[in-house]
Design a protein around this ligand. Structure first.
Ligand code: IPE
Length: 266
């Protein structure tokens, strides 16, 4: 029998210090890799990861947020792509230490967007690697765009798309907070965790939620919830877990009681 597939998005705010350029958080990366290694007997995985401070800061610095405007951007574009590759290698090495056969795939090689939304993909490399028992991995990226030349593709959008197209059994967003809160827990110590959400309540909430406290060019928590709602609306449960805490990702995958938020398909 084929193992159930989990798409997991490892957020850049947990895996890097998003306020300091090119700063990996190696403990959080190792913690995520170990949990995925432990779960591989039960599940197959597609890993999508955020770009963290390897993406958001250079994208802002080089004025790449709104796509191609002039040739003067190309050097910064290439420099950012090269840093994103470096980031991919750091993750690959960490997963290899835990014997996870992570296969890096550049989103820009198999995704084309239109106005920043995924338009065309070739998912055959992903499904082929999965069939071999590997763990395909892609990050938030700069991809070609039919309208704007290029676009910033968030790992959140990519993870949601892949969860739907690959018929995942669940989608797990790993972040640096315990789940979805009724206000920003980094600014409001009284923020309340919303542990059980429905598609309707999450959609209502996403329309009110704000972005992130760190530099973020792809929509922060509000963007993440919007992507999650589309997935849950298709019958796939979505979890939000804290990657900076031990074993939460594992517990959510195994349906154990754990502090997290869950969007239950209606
Ligand atoms: C951002 O990806 C992509 C770039 C800025 C190139 P994400 O939006 O998925 O990254 P995180 O999780 O917020 O760091």
């Amino acid at each position: 029998m084929r193992k159930a597939l989990i798409v997991v998005k490892l957020g850049g705010s947990a895996l890097t210090d998003k306020t300091a350029i090119y700063t990996p958080r190696r403990a959080a990366i190792g913690r995520a890799a170990k949990q995925i290694a432990d779960l591989r007997r039960r599940f197959s995985f597609v890993v999508v990861h955020g770009a963290g401070s390897y993406g958001h800061i250079p994208v802002k610095r080089w004025h790449l947020t709104s796509g191609f405007k002039h040739a003067g951007q190309l050097r910064g574009l290439a420099a950012t792509k090269s840093k994103l590759l470096e980031w991919e290698l750091i993750l690959d090495e960490a997963f290899l230490k835990h014997h996870v056969p992570l296969i890096p795939l550049l989103a820009s090689d198999y995704v084309v967007t239109k106005n920043g939304r995924i338009h065309t993909t070739d998912l055959r490399p992903i499904t082929n690697w999965l069939r071999l028992g590997c763990v395909p991995s892609s990050g938030g990226d700069i991809v070609t765009d039919l309208r704007n030349g290029f676009a910033i593709l968030s790992g959140d959008q990519l993870a949601a798309y892949l969860a739907i197209k690959l018929k995942a059994s669940r989608l797990i967003f790993g972040t640096d907070v315990d789940g979805v809160f009724d206000s920003n827990p980094k600014l409001n110590p009284r923020a309340r965790l919303l542990s059980d959400l429905t598609v309707t309540s999450a959609a209502r909430f996403a329309s009110r939620a704000r972005g992130s406290t760190a530099p973020d060019v792809t929509g922060g928590m509000a963007g993440k919830i919007r992507e999650a709602v589309a997935v849950a609306a298709r019958g796939i449960p979505v979890y939000f877990v804290n990657l900076t805490k031990n074993e939460r990702l594992k517990a959510a995958a195994l349906d154990r009681q754990v502090l997290c938020s869950k969007i239950i398909p209606a």
